[in-house]
Design a protein around this ligand. Structure first.
Ligand SMILES: O=C(O)CCC(=O)C(=O)O
Ligand SMILES: [Fe+2]
Length: 407
C-alpha cells in the first residue's frame, strides 16, 4: 500500500456508523453556504460563532484518532497541528478538477489531507467519485466510515467527479507542521471570548443564533437579473415536510419576498407546522427549530414506539387556528422550492414522507435534544479551562472533569 512516490492511506470503516450520523446531524442543522458553487459547509469556528460551540465536542475524539493515524503513517509523531476541520457537502453540479491541496500561496502550510466519508455513493448521492492522477488506488468510491489520507503536495494530484444527484458529505481535515496555523489556538480564543462576554453562560444552555448573511443560497445558474434561491433552514425544514410559521406583520407585505426580510423573520420566534397541523410551541429562531427537527430525523427510529401513551404537546389544526380571532400566524415563504429540492433532496428515499411521523414522537425528541445539548454544553464548560491551559483541544478524561468540579 505504501508507494513512496504517492504517500497515501485508505482505511475502511474507520469511523463508526454512529459518529457518521451524529456529524451528519450537526451538518444538517448548522450548515452555511460554502466556498465554491453548490458546496455547503460547517466549520468549527462557524459552530462557535452561531452559539453552538458545544457541538464541537463530537468532533474531538475523531480528530484525535485521525491525527494519531496521520502522524504514525507518515512518520511525524508529535509534529503536526490541525489546520482545519470542517463538514463539507457537495451537491448536484459540484466537482473539482486535478489539483493538489497546497496549490495556492495561502495554502502552502498544508502538509497532509484527511477526507472521511460520512455517507455512501449510490445510496445517498450519485457521481462524486474521487480519483488520484497517478499511483494506486486510482479511484475511491466514497462509503460512509471510510477515510483517505494523503500528502497535500503534487505527489497526490486528485479530482472529484461532478455530483449528479443527492448530497455528498465529508469530514475534511488538513494538517500542518507549522504551529502558527494551529486551528485549536484560534478556536480556544473564540470560545473564551464567547464565554467571557456572553450572558448565555448563566442560562441553562444555549440556543443557536443564525448567521443571517450566510444562510441564503442563490442559484449560480440564474445570473444577476432574476436571482432565485432559498434560505437554507427553510429548505431543510421543507425537505423534512415542515413549514415555519410567523406572526410577524412583514409576511405578506409587498417586500416580504426579499432575502433580507426573510432572513430577518427567521431570526425571530416562529412555530412549526406539518401538513394541516401546527405545534403551539415557539422556537427562538429558525436554527433552533431546524436543530430540533434534524435531531428528530437523526433519532426518528427511537421515537416511533417509545412514545405510546404520551401526549402530543399542543398541536392544533391549521383550519381551527384560522378561525381563532386575531390569529395572524402565516407560513414563511421558502423561496424557490424546486431548486431547494434539487439541492437538498436525497437519493434513496424522500425524507419528507416518514410515514410514521407523529407529534408525540417529535415532542419526545425535543426533550431529548435539550438534554443532549445541555450535556454537551456542560462538558464544554468543564473542558475549556484544560484546553486554555494546554492551548489544545482534547478529550478531557471524565475523571479529571469530575475531580475538577469537586474542588
Ligand atoms: O471530498 C473529497 O473527496 C476531496 C475534496 C478535495 O479534493 C478538496 O476539497 O480539496
Ligand atoms: Fe483536494
Amino acid at each position: 500500500m505504501a508507494d513512496a512516490d504517492h504517500p497515501r492511506l485508505i482505511l475502511h470503516d474507520f469511523l463508526s456508523p454512529g459518529i457518521c450520523k451524529e456529524l451528519q446531524f450537526i451538518y444538517k442543522s448548522c450548515s452555511t453556504v460554502g466556498y465554491r458553487p453548490n458546496v455547503f459547509s460547517t466549520t468549527l469556528s462557524h459552530l462557535i460563532a452561531t452559539n453552538c460551540g458545544h457541538l464541537i465536542l463530537p468532533f474531538i475524539s475523531v480528530r484525535e484518532m485521525l491525527k494519531e493515524k496521520v502522524e504514525e503513517f507518515f512518520g511525524c509523531e508529535y509534529q503536526l497541528f490541525i489546520e482545519f476541520t470542517g463538514l463539507i457537502s457537495w451537491t448536484k453540479g459540484a466537482s473539482i478538477g486535478w489539483h493538489s491541496d497546497d496549490n495556492r500561496p495561502y495554502l502552502k502550510q498544508r502538509d497532509f489531507a484527511v477526507v472521511c466519508y460520512l455517507n455512501t455513493h449510490g445510496k445517498d448521492f450519485k457521481g462524486g467519485l474521487f480519483h488520484f492522477q497517478d499511483g494506486e488506488p486510482s479511484t475511491i468510491v466514497p462509503m460512509a466510515g471510510d477515510v483517505v489520507m494523503y500528502t497535500a503536495d503534487s505527489q497526490n494530484i486528485h479530482s472529484v467527479d461532478e455530483i449528479t444527484e443527492g448530497e455528498r458529505l465529508t469530514l475534511t481535515l488538513w494538517f500542518s507542521r507549522d504551529s502558527y496555523h494551529d486551528e485549536d489556538v484560534k478556536l480556544i480564543s473564540l470560545l473564551s471570548q464567547n464565554f467571557l462576554n456572553s450572558k448565555e453562560v448563566e442560562l441553562g444552555w444555549y440556543l443557536p443564533l443564525p448567521a443571517s448573511s450566510d444562510m441564503y443560497w442563490f442559484s449560480p445558474d440564474t445570473g444577476s437579473r432574476h436571482k432565485s434561491g432559498f434560505d437554507i433552514s427553510c429548505a431543510r425544514a421543507h425537505i423534512l415536510g415542515f413549514t415555519f410559521y410567523s406572526s410577524d406583520d412583514k409576511i405578506g407585505s409587498s417586500s416580504s419576498d426579499s432575502s433580507h426580510d426573510l432572513s430577518e423573520l427567521l431570526m425571530k420566534p416562529l412555530c412549526l407546522g406539518r401538513e394541516e397541523e401546527l405545534l403551539e410551541k415557539e422556537f427562538d429562531n429558525s436554527l433552533h427549530a431546524l436543530q430540533v427537527l434534524q435531531f428528530y430525523s437523526w433519532k426518528a427510529s427511537e421515537y416511533q414506539e417509545a412514545t405510546v401513551g404520551r401526549g402530543s404537546g399542543n398541536v392544533v389544526s391549521l383550519s381551527q387556528l384560522q378561525l381563532k380571532k386575531n390569529n395572524s400566524l402565516k407560513p414563511i415563504p421558502l423561496g424557490d422550492i424546486q431548486i431547494a429540492r434539487t439541492v437538498f433532496g436525497s437519493v434513496s428515499c424522500d425524507e419528507a414522507r416518514q410515514s410514521s411521523f407523529h407529534w408525540a414522537g417529535f415532542t419526545a425528541a425535543l426533550e431529548a435534544w435539550e438534554s443532549y445539548s445541555r450535556k454537551l454544553r456542560q462538558e464544554l464548560l468543564m473542558s475549556l479551562p484544560f484546553w486554555r491551559t494546554h492551548q489544545s483541544i482534547f478529550s478531557v478524561p471524565l475523571m479529571d472533569l469530575e475531580s475538577d468540579t469537586c474542588t
